[in-house]
Design a protein around this ligand. Structure first.
Ligand SMILES: NC(=O)c1ccc[n+]([C@@H]2O[C@H](COP(=O)([O-])OP(=O)(O)OC[C@H]3O[C@@H](n4cnc5c(N)ncnc54)[C@H](O)[C@@H]3O)[C@@H](O)[C@H]2O)c1
Length: 242
């Protein structure tokens, strides 16, 4: 058991990766505190990651229940399809609010609770879109690139503490689920089109499995990665290696 009795906050827990993260944490003996915009059905608490007061309420509840936080997975995120010419400023700001403000507020507001842990670890879910550009996702890759360097800055600050608070970014390629369907251009099409695109471009010729990406997060949350901080863990079948 890699996460025995570790308290792990997972945002965006109703989503494709969020559900896999909750399952993977629990499978390793961890205690998942799952949040998303709406509570219920396995989500412990309603939580808007763009809101400072919402973060404060979530952290207060975790403090009341557990008195500390061992792991934070900033997983909530949204995508917007559009290049620089056709992306409106409102859309750009909406993506940045969830994907960047949300991660910043999470690291900042959960910090006092993470300091109460003997081995705290933050995992910020970025994307291969945080490593390489994509003409048609200008807001998304801007936000995920910001998460990449924010994570390193948080890691450098966290390393000054004793015990340290570690922070790493996680970079999955396209996973099976809602986002893949949005990117296929037809949310009702379960993905034949996107499967074909990925099969042609990805060295391992398939989409990422959410369980594989969740297992990579478990590694970063656990003591197995005790000296790993400020790093970028890529789970993409080799797509950014080419
Ligand atoms: N799906 C992919 O192919 C893929 C690839 C690389 C990276 N990612 C990243 O993985 C993470 C999870 O993606 P997913 O595929 O599970 O997406 P998803 O759409 O299935 O789930 C995202 C979840 O975030 C929640 N959310 C949205 N706005 C929120 C807000 N303001 N506050 C709190 N929660 C909010 C949604 O309700 C949803 O449950 C995201 O950060 C995404 O950018 C996804």
């Amino acid at each position: 058991m890699l996460l025995e009795n570790r308290i792990i906050l997972i945002t965006g827990a109703r989503g494709a990766l969020g559900q896999a993260l909750v399952a993977a944490v629990q499978a390793q003996g961890g205690i998942a505190f799952a949040t998303d915009l709406v509570a219920g059905d396995g989500v412990d608490m309603a939580h808007d990651v763009t809101s400072e007061s919402s973060w404060a309420a979530v952290c207060a509840e975790i403090d009341r229940r557990h008195g500390r936080l061992d792991g934070l997975v900033n997983n909530a995120g949204i995508i917007h399809v559009g290049h620089v010419e056709d992306t409106g400023l409102d859309d750009f700001r909406r993506v940045m609010a969830v994907n960047v403000d949300g991660v910043f507020l999470g690291c900042k507001l959960a910090w006092p609770l993470l300091r109460k842990s003997d081995a705290a670890s933050i995992v910020n879910v970025s994307s291969t879109g945080g490593l390489v550009g994509s003409a048609n996702h200008v807001a998304y890759v801007a936000s995920k690139g910001a998460v990449r360097l924010m994570s390193k800055s948080v890691a450098l600050h966290g390393a000054t503490f004793d015990p340290p608070i570690r922070c790493n970014s996680l970079h999955p390629s396209l996973m099976d689920g809602h986002m893949a369907r949005v990117l296929s251009g037809n949310p009702d099409d379960p993905g034949a089109g996107i499967q074909a695109i990925v099969a042609a471009r990805n060295p391992m010729r398939r989409l990422a499995r959410t369980s594989e990406v969740a297992d990579a997060a478990v590694y970063l949350l656990s003591s197995m990665s005790g000296f790993v901080t400020g790093s970028e863990l890529v789970s993409d079948g080799g797509s950014t290696a080419q």
